[in-house]
Design a protein around this ligand. Structure first.
Ligand code: FAD
Length: 209
């Protein structure tokens, strides 16, 4: 970067172009993992495994294949709300997480014969996105937000979706408060994780010497 942007082809890693720019807008789409095409299951034109609303994999005749299930980015699951482009759920975490829960329940139903196999259906709650610190855009529950309120909605919603701290006793509130903590720099977490020895425990070790 440093005011100079270099575009590199991901095909052969060759440099395609270099030009002066301070802002980079990434508009790459989301694609299904090539694992789907490499499998023996039927895939659609976008390389997604063809699935039903019950998350069962469908054969070329549109019949459920016994014991074969799919969910998430790699799956073409009908969007029963009718909102999805082309009639299918978009590849995002909102769908992937919720489909995983329905899939687990369906597997349990089939394995232990308890309850009916459910269809996956989820009405989108809207979209929120952060644009750096303290700024954001969104339309949660259809309410148009921008600036600081949108940033709070973005950090709050995504913070609550992270299970790590929430799974600890008394940690749920902590996880939410942490998500909103303004002093957090977007890159502080990856930097901390990248350190081979956590700073505090290293200091303790040094002090013990
Ligand atoms: C930069 C970026 C930003 C995003 N932001 C948002 C957002 O704000 N909101 C939102 O809702 N969604 C967002 N998404 C989309 C979201 O991350 C995905 O929709 C979601 O993670 C899909 O979950 P999944 O479990 O289907 O797939 P993944 O999370 O991709 O999980 C698939 C797993 O399979 C593993 N795997 C792959 N191949 C193999 C193999 N051969 N053997 C074993 N394991 C394998 C992978 O390592 C990975 O861990 C974003 C995606 C990207 C890339």
């Amino acid at each position: 970067m440093d005011g100079e942007l270099t575009l590199t082809s991901m095909k052969d890693k060759s440099v395609v172009d270099t030009f002066a720019a301070d802002t980079l807008v990434w508009t790459a789409g989301v694609a299904a993992s090539p694992v789907a095409r490499a499998s023996s299951f039927p895939v659609d034109e976008r390389g997604r495994i063809t699935g039903s609303a019950t998350l069962q994999i469908l054969n070329e005749e549109g019949e459920a294949i016994e014991g074969a299930w799919t969910a998430g980015d790699v799956a073409a699951i009908p969007d029963l709300t009718g909102a999805g482009p082309g009639g299918f759920c978009v590849p995002n975490a909102q769908h992937a997480l919720r489909q995983a829960k329905v899939l687990a329940k369906n597997l349990f139903s089939v394995r232990y014969g308890s309850g009916e196999i459910q269809q996956y259906k989820h009405e989108s709650l809207g979209t929120v996105a952060g644009l750096g610190m303290y700024k954001g855009v969104g339309n949660p529950l259809g309410v148009k937000l921008k600036g600081f309120p949108a940033w709070v909605a973005h950090r709050g919603y995504h913070g609550m979706a992270i299970p790590t701290r929430a799974d600890r006793p008394g940690g749920r509130r902590m996880g939410r408060r942490d998500a909103l903590r303004p002093r957090l720099h977007p890159y502080s977490r990856p930097r901390t994780a990248a350190r081979s020895v956590p700073r505090r425990s290293k200091q303790k070790k040094d002090a013990a010497k």
